[in-house]
Design a protein around this ligand. Sequence first.
Ligand code: TYM
Length: 332
Amino acid sequence: KPRVLSGIQPTAGSFHLGNYLGAVRQWVALQETHDAFYMVVDLHAITLPQDPKDLRANTRLAAAQLLAAGLDPDRCTLFVQSHVPEHAQLAWVMNCLTGFGEASRMTQFKDKAAKQGADRASVGLFTYPILQVADILLYHADEVPVGEDQRQHVELTRDLADRFNGRFGETFTSPKPYILKETAKIYDLQDPAVKMSKSAASPKGVVSLLDDPKTTAKKVKSAVTDTDTVIRFDRENKPGVSNLLTIHSTLTGTPVAELEREYEGKMYGALKTDLAEIMVAFVTPFRERTQQYLEDTETLDSILAKGAEKARAVAAETLALAYDRVGFLPAK
Ligand code: TYM
């Protein structure tokens, strides 16, 4: 079976619709056909300041949401990044193979550093993509299911895998991004020019999956559209409507062309009312299942412990090989 690996940050508390449609939904599907490794990336989370209590709670919350979304610990390996120390260890080796300029060109770093202010942005934030490289290479992942915003980090992974292999001999698998065109980028409901993001200026355009379903319905119904009246997919000229069509289409499995026909002659309000209903039907059981997993932290923690054990078996072997290739003297 080909292997996939991906990760999600625990920092946001609730996942948003972009996380789900852009990534997590694919993770659930891929566990059927692939040898799948999924993790909650707490090491990445601390590249921005975190309250320790919140971080711990949000790590469990992230795992609970992944299970609620449909990850099955019998069909995939679900774990917490910091439980597998090899991630930080391989990241160091990769740091030493990455050019300073190369790391400086990572657009997500540039965006986040600009928001933080140059003096407050940590060195960890700077090397964040290189930790992600280590995450992926440790498992010899063939594919990495992510949203469009992570494409550059997967490209960096390919570059560094090739560089390591060229210098030290064939060691790592060069992974491909697994990005579905339709859902690669879900947009903010209030500003469909920007991607839906937990760091959005206002929460009004961000559908948090753990919101009260009434809030979700309200957000959908007040989504920004345009002054035209036709319900048609046109990313360029009708970004708001196109975003709603994408969300509708993905959640119901109805092709966009069919939706266009269905809504011919209807008003935007009709689309929004239907989509609000679809969203509520989706988030209501999701919320309940998440709550159930959170109520039994013993079971949750034991799922994560088992996942870490499985992950470590793979990661330790890869790290040992990489250490050997680099020329580290074995400790004996
Ligand atoms: P994170 O936690 O920011 O996001 C998790 C996943 O959600 C996707 N995503 C979106 N997709 C479509 N539209 C959106 N508006 C949207 N917003 C977020 C992201 O692309 C991502 O797939 N660096 C990663 C975590 C990570 C990782 C890894 C991923 C760490 N190590 C190894 C893959 C492999 C991140 O911060 O994702």
